[in-house]
Design a protein around this ligand. Structure first.
Ligand SMILES: [Fe+2]
Length: 297
């Protein structure tokens, strides 16, 4: 039985490798990296042949092929995405793009219908992208013209649409057809450490999601400060934050931060505050934070 399952897996692998090779051929992709990929796919096919001709198929052989497939898959994805693969590229101001869904609209059925996915991704997420781009352009214009009259409005827009864009860009990718189950590896270990058990985590997250007042999100987050996982709710997502960003420099403008000395003159406080900024620490935070680069859209 087990052996039969392995055979099905290897057949799928071979089908995929042949499919990619055909694609390379069809589009006459003969640049160096494509040729390299082609050669490695040939090697993979010969490996699959070799393994399936050896009875019985061993765990070791399976692991070897799995590793090869994972690395080739990544390579192929990178090559075929071409300039859309911008993992390390800076998104220019006002040029965010709608990430393509990593599966078809109906792939999550029956749990999430095709109609919802289409509307949610093509209409709602798209409008977040457009709104964020507009807000960024308008703030850029404010910097050029030194006219900040509408800054509050555009910051709100950037927060609302930015959070919408970034959270949805996470959302599509943390789902997949035939998903579910439990996580593995170090994540499972951390969940157990921080929530007691996976079941307790799941229950807490479920309740957090159900109890979000009005619109919003439930989020599992990593706190670099407490070195722990946390479950958070966000009611709406636009309350002047862009989720999926990391604060580097912050300025407290609650009244308790300046009132005793400046009374209502917040402007004076802000202006003077620049004299005490510790840029070494901000640099340090930037050096750490900028190592984290998700694929850009
Ligand atoms: Fe949404």
């Amino acid at each position: 039985m087990e052996q039969q399952k392995y055979m099905v897996y290897f057949e799928e692998v071979a089908k995929w490798a042949i499919g990619v090779k055909l694609l390379l051929e069809e589009h006459s992709l003969t640049a160096e990296p494509f040729l390299e990929l082609d050669q490695e796919l040939t090697f993979l096919l010969s490996k699959v042949d070799e393994v399936t001709n050896n009875n019985p198929i061993t765990e070791e052989a399976i692991e070897e092929v799995k590793e090869l497939v994972a690395s080739l898959f990544q390579q192929a994805q990178h090559l075929f995405n071409g300039d859309r693969n911008k993992t390390t590229q800076r998104v220019p101001i006002g040029e965010h793009t709608l990430p393509p869904l990593p599966y078809s609209y109906d792939a999550l059925e029956p749990y999430i219908s095709k109609e919802i996915m289409k509307l949610h991704h093509d209409t709602h997420h798209k409008s977040y992208v457009e709104g964020l781009n507009k807000a960024e352009k308008m703030m850029e214009k404010a910097r050029f013209t030194n006219n900040y009259d509408l800054l509050k409005h555009w910051e709100r827009e950037a927060a609302f649409h930015g959070s919408g864009h970034y959270l949805h860009s996470i959302f599509w990718f943390v789902m997949k057809p035939n998903g579910g189950g439990t996580p593995g590896g170090s994540l499972l270990g951390q969940i157990k450490k921080d929530f007691g058990s996976f079941e307790q985590f799941k229950e807490h997250f479920t309740e957090a999601a159900k109890k979000v007042e009005g619109v919003g999100w439930a989020l599992l987050v990593w706190s670099p400060r407490s070195h722990r996982l946390e479950i958070l709710q966000t009611e709406k997502h636009q309350l002047m934050t862009q989720w999926d960003t990391i604060p580097l420099l912050v300025l407290d403008v609650w009244e308790h931060a300046y009132y005793l000395q400046y009374q209502a003159d917040r402007a004076e406080y802000v202006s003077n505050w620049w004299n005490v900024v510790n840029w070494d620490e901000v640099e340090n935070r930037f050096a750490q934070a900028s190592k984290l680069k998700w694929k850009s859209f």
